[in-house]
Write a protein of this length. Structure first.
Length: 305
């Protein structure tokens, strides 16, 4: 039976390695070997050249696991040789701490700072984002990633505005820099389009992106999936309660139709909260009674007794 009194933190570290399965396994093993943690999902992709690990655990265990995995990644990943479609600034690109059960956002902020302090000891500059940010500009991860690895490597030493929050004002020789912070649940939900024209994916992504007048809480980018011979609109939804999944899905459908292109599939990276799924299910099923789907309407919710 699930212990609903425990403090649980979710973490979704992103590593700049999506082609070498052995390296990814070694990094993930550091998390698996940390007591009081549980791996939820591991996904990596050669087009993005990125691995995304989702795991949960007690607060201190999640902190220890992230430190161990990051140290391993620093020894395995050489950013001087890294190429990929996803924006990145380091081998351990971003490590978020997310409140999951009986944990406050303030506690997650403290965890992120402790993680950052440990990484600084390894000679890696650290940037704090979202709820851990030290200034308004850095709340948005896109602002930290301006110029990506190559650009930040130079500007960190010359531009006072690019100085890290923790650690040295120069890149680690092979690991670059790290972003960490506390944030609320984020849903990575990507939508594949029936074309191999990446320009169309980029146009659709721009149309739905917050900064270009799209949907609030939505960040999007257009990428090419060479192995599948199609393109993808990669989407990060930073507040699914205010911008539900079905809304981003339908806007992508509308914008893609302008170019005569259909949606051919979707991809969920990591996990999503149950109420996000129920909200979207309620929309597509056009349920009128009850007016709102809740966990109590799901049969499996009654198995925990």
């Amino acid at each position: 039976m699930q212990d609903r009194s425990r403090k649980i933190v979710e973490s979704v570290p992103n590593y700049s390695e999506g082609t070498d399965g052995e390296k990814i396994e070694k990094i993930v093993l550091e998390i698996q070997n940390t007591p009081d943690t549980r791996i939820v999902d591991v996904q990596y992709d050669s087009d993005y050249n990125r691995a995304v690990v989702t795991f949960v655990g007690t607060p201190e265990a999640v902190l220890r696991a992230n430190i161990a995995a990051a140290k391993k990644a620093i020894t395995l990943i050489d950013m001087e040789k890294h190429k990929g479609q996803h924006p990145r600034i380091g081998a351990v690109d971003v490590v978020p701490f997310v409140p999951a059960q009986n944990v406050s956002i303030e506690e997650c902020v403290e965890l992120s700072r402790k993680f950052g302090e440990e990484m600084a000891k390894e000679g890696v500059p650290v940037y704090l984002y979202e709820e851990s940010a030290t200034n308004l500009t850095r709340r948005n991860i896109d602002n930290i990633r301006i110029g990506e690895y190559e650009g930040l490597k130079e500007s960190i030493t010359t531009n006072p505005d690019r100085k890290p929050d923790l650690g040295p004002s120069k890149f680690h020789p092979t690991a670059g820099a790290i972003i960490t912070g506390a944030r609320y649940p984020l849903i990575s939900f990507n939508i594949n389009l029936g074309t191999n024209d990446v320009k169309i994916a980029k146009k659709v992504a721009k149309a739905i992106h917050l900064r270009s007048g799209g949907l609030v809480n939505i960040k999007a980018m257009g990428t090419e999936l060479k192995e599948r011979n199609c393109v993808q609109v990669g989407i990060s939804n930073i507040n699914y309660k205010k911008t539900p999944l079905y809304r981003q899905m339908e806007l992508v459908r509308i914008e893609a139709a302008r170019y005569g292109v259909p949606i051919v599939g979707t991809e969920l990276i990591g996990v999503l909260p149950l109420d996000a799924a129920l909200n979207t299910l309620e929309y597509y099923l056009q349920i009128e009674n009850p007016k709102k789907l809740e966990p109590k309407h799901i049969l499996e919710d009654y198995f925990d007794f």
